[in-house]
Design a protein around this ligand. Structure first.
Ligand SMILES: Cc1ncc(C[n+]2csc(CCOP(=O)(O)OP(=O)(O)O)c2C)c(N)n1
Ligand SMILES: [Mg+2]
Length: 280
């Protein structure tokens, strides 16, 4: 590790972030299992990324979710980021009752994230493949108007099979949109199988494709809080004429022993005996 990276990680309270991530995982399982909401595995996959972004990397005012200079996060994999709800509850933005009733008639929070700026939710992306074009548009607008904020886009590796994502990347490279970071939740699984058994031929196809479009993805273990924070900060402040890309190498269902890397859990709710296998 470069000494500058080591210094940055030292200044970060990694233990605090890891504790937050454990709490978010517990919340996801507690509420989603009780309320019969699937998409637990894709949500567990990106918890550490979301915790690193909200508690350490993004410029954000918890008391003012509409602060004009806030960094924007567009969650393109909107089916599987339940972790954003407890985080926004913890920050005092979403009322606890809304999260508690998530996915039931007692709440207005739907299974796929919808645009709700007053709740800190910037975009609705239930139809996959559209978050990145929106993020590129937002970042391009910020660049044209000289706005100081940074745009983040969290994408799934499976959804990157959609054509619109590549048109967006082409545009972002051509127009030197460097005020954004694309975070790939690279768990090597999509809906019901591994990505290289659906559209990819080789497990490294995604990285090759990104490089082919002129991007320089930085890979990092997707559940290593210190590494995530360090790379995300480096990308935010990089002297580059391209969008930054974080290739976060994650595990779908991370944490729950019954669920890790098991394709059938894409939307399936674990049974009590499966849950009893416990956490890693
Ligand atoms: C346009 C579109 N096609 C299909 C779906 C159904 N769908 C929901 S999640 C999913 C798999 C997504 O895989 P990936 O992007 O890798 O996310 P992960 O679940 O692995 O985090 C699919 C195909 C959808 N929501 N939108
Ligand atoms: Mg995936």
């Amino acid at each position: 590790m470069k000494s500058s990276q080591a210094l940055k990680v030292e200044q970060v309270d990694v233990e605090f972030l890891e504790q937050k991530a454990r709490w978010v995982r517990d919340e996801i399982v507690r509420v989603a299992v009780r309320n019969n909401a699937g998409h637990i595995a894709p949500s567990l996959s990106c918890v550490d990324i979301l915790v690193a972004l909200y508690y350490e990397v993004m410029d954000y005012k918890a008391g003012d979710p509409l602060w004009p200079d806030r960094d924007r996060l567009i969650i393109s994999k909107a089916h599987g980021a339940y972790g954003v709800f407890p985080i926004l509850v913890d920050l005092g933005i979403i009322p606890e009752k809304q999260w508690d009733g998530f996915y039931t008639p007692d709440s207005t929070l739907p299974g796929c994230i919808e645009r709700r700026p007053e709740y800190g939710l910037e975009a609705g992306c239930g139809s996959l493949g559209h978050g990145l074009p929106m993020a590129v548009g937002a970042a391009f607008g910020a660049k044209l108007h000289g706005e100081p904020w940074h745009t983040y886009c969290l994408v799934g590796d499976g959804e990157l099979q959609e054509g619109t994502t590549w048109e967006a990347m082409q545009f972002a490279v051509k127009h030197e949109i460097s005020n954004m970071t694309v975070v790939v939740d690279h768990n090597r699984l999509q809906a019901m199988d591994f990505t290289d058994r659906i559209m990819d031929v080789h497990p490294d196809d995604l990285l090759r494709r990104l490089r082919g479009f002129g991007l320089e993805p930085l890979s990092c273990p997707g559940h290593d809080m210190g590494a995530l924070v360090s790379v995300l900060k480096d990308l935010k402040h990089a002297d580059s004429d391209r969008p930054g890309v974080l290739d976060a190498q994650t595990v779908k269902g991370y944490g729950l022993k019954c669920m890790e890397n098991v394709p059938k859990f894409h939307f399936r709710i674990p049974t009590q005996p499966e849950l009893d296998q416990g956490w890693r």
